[in-house]
Design a protein around this ligand. Structure first.
Ligand SMILES: [Zn+2]
Length: 138
């Protein structure tokens, strides 16, 4: 029984040494090309940033290429006169949009409100906002 255990354990040790020896010998050789066999045509190179981009990132890159610098309308806009008759126009592609108003110049918080198309809304600071259809010239 003891000899059977010794023989079995010797076999396990021998196999593990053989595997570690094979791993050690493969790391000694010359460095391998990591892309070897993966690229069918040697003239083909990696795509650029636009080629790799998908989804919203691709939309943003294509918009900037076509001249639209703020495709998601996220830049800060200066308030207009802000009266009921001359409200600050907020462009939107939907019927509702969340708007943040920095009511005072040195305010440390933003006052958020929901704007609905066709309903001008007054902020707590007194300025009026109105949701309008998105066009690229606003
Ligand atoms: Zn405000």
């Amino acid at each position: 029984m003891a000899s059977l255990l010794c023989r079995a354990s010797a076999g396990i040790i021998r196999r593990s040494l053989a595997v570690s020896g094979a791993r050690a010998s493969s790391s000694v050789g010359p460095p391998q090309d990591p892309h070897k066999g993966k690229i069918a045509n040697p003239d083909v190179s990696m795509p650029d940033t636009l080629g790799h981009s998908v989804g919203p990132e691709r939309y943003e890159l294509l918009s900037k290429l076509s001249g639209i610098e703020d495709p998601f309308e996220l830049n800060v806009k200066k308030r207009a006169k802000g009266t009921f008759d001359d409200p600050t126009l907020i462009p939107s592609i939907t019927d509702i949009r969340r708007v943040g108003c920095i009511c005072e110049e040195d305010a440390i918080s933003i006052n958020y409100m929901m704007l609905h198309k066709g309903e001008p809304k007054r902020c707590e600071c007194g300025y009026w906002f109105k949701l309008v259809e998105f066009t690229s010239d606003i």
